[in-house]
Design a protein around this ligand. Structure first.
Ligand SMILES: CC(C)(COP(=O)(O)OP(=O)(O)OC[C@H]1O[C@@H](n2cnc3c(N)ncnc32)[C@H](O)[C@@H]1OP(=O)(O)O)[C@@H](O)C(=O)NCCC(=O)NCCSC(=O)C[C@H](O)C(=O)O
Ligand SMILES: [Mg+2]
Length: 279
């Protein structure tokens, strides 16, 4: 089983009950494809979607890594989902609505494969640091739709009203050394709005974004990969630095800024040279 060193910049969800979307996802070049068995699948289709998901990951998704989102712990489907996904070729499982480290640890042990955990309730946000530290955990994904509902935010609220939660998930992921993926952008035909939300997610420290439609992949990929301007700036800073505190381009830089610039350049090189993801 392969797992990536590199965080996915683009994580495309699709209902495992939609064969056309499964077929299409094979050629879209998302870093990670997540086949959903949870909220995107009608109750009547839960069993056939599970079968389809296992078959689909067996066939692979070209250069994209694969994951299956199972149903939450308190659902009738959870046990059979875990059994089926444990024996599948999926690179990751995704656990929605996680609320405690104990329950996540139990699911991780039963699955025996890297787990991406969704933080989408107040209890989940408050427990995020302990959850992120569970062995076998690959990353956290914030579920902003369920979170907004469980916080009882009025429909007029935006991301600003979830600021503490958005930052808590990044803090928890960074403290544990795991990935942090931002929530979905629901508007299907608003590329500018999506680009702005991606920029905001990246500015908060997220590694990538969960997506719901093919037309969101290029926009998120661009926003979460270092831009040419950022790379040029990093190269110039590394070239100019002589060590210790000094004036550079009207501001103070020291060793940590050089390390930060080098890390950005290394990350870009890793994505470009990776077998896991299309560059
Ligand atoms: C949202 C959709 C239901 C919209 O569907 P539709 O209007 O049919 O889309 P289009 O006609 O624009 O589709 C154009 C073509 O692209 C394919 N397509 C669409 N979506 C996907 C996809 N996600 N992956 C792969 N391919 C896709 C269509 O088949 C069309 O192909 P073609 O036949 O060649 O023209 C739909 O986009 C959709 O179902 N999206 C995913 C929904 C989903 O998975 N939801 C679960 C995750 S959301 C989440 O996690 C929220 C979180 O839990 C929280 O609480 O925040
Ligand atoms: Mg959700």
């Amino acid at each position: 089983m392969t797992t990536a060193r590199l965080a996915p910049r683009t994580a495309l969800f699709l209902p495992a009950s939609n064969p056309r979307a499964i077929e299409k996802a094979r050629g879209l070049g998302a870093d990670l494809v997540i086949l959903d068995l949870e909220d995107a699948v009608k109750q009547a289709d839960k069993v056939s979607a599970r079968v389809a998901a296992v078959e689909a990951v067996g066939q692979g998704f070209a250069a994209s890594l694969s994951a299956i989102r199972i149903n939450a712990i308190d659902t009738a489907e959870h046990g059979e989902d875990v059994a089926a996904i444990a024996g599948s070729s999926a690179n990751f499982a995704v656990l929605p609505k996680a609320e405690s480290a104990e329950e996540v640890a139990q699911v991780a042990r039963a699955l025996g494969k890297p787990l991406l955990v969704m933080i989408e309730t107040p209890r989940g946000v408050l427990g995020a640091a302990e959850i992120a530290a569970v062995p076998g955990l690959a990353g956290l994904i914030i579920g902003t739709n369920d979170l907004a509902a469980s916080l009882r935010l009025p429909p007029s609220s935006g991301r600003a009203q979830m600021g503490v939660s958005l930052q808590s998930v990044v803090l928890a992921a960074r403290a544990a050394g795991v990935w942090a993926l931002d929530g979905v952008f629901n508007k299907l035909d608003d590329p500018q709005g999506l680009a702005a939300e991606c920029r905001e997610g990246r500015a908060l420290g997220y590694d990538g974004k969960s997506l719901i439609h093919p037309n969101q992949i290029a926009i998120a990929g661009q926003a979460f990969g270092p831009s040419e301007a950022e790379l040029a700036e990093a190269r110039a800073l590394v070239a100019a630095a002589t060590g210790g505190a000094e004036r550079y381009d009207g501001r103070m830089i020291e060793a940590m800024h050089v390390d930060q610039a080098r890390a950005l350049l290394d990350r870009a090189m890793d994505y470009a040279g990776s077998d896991d993801f299309l560059a």
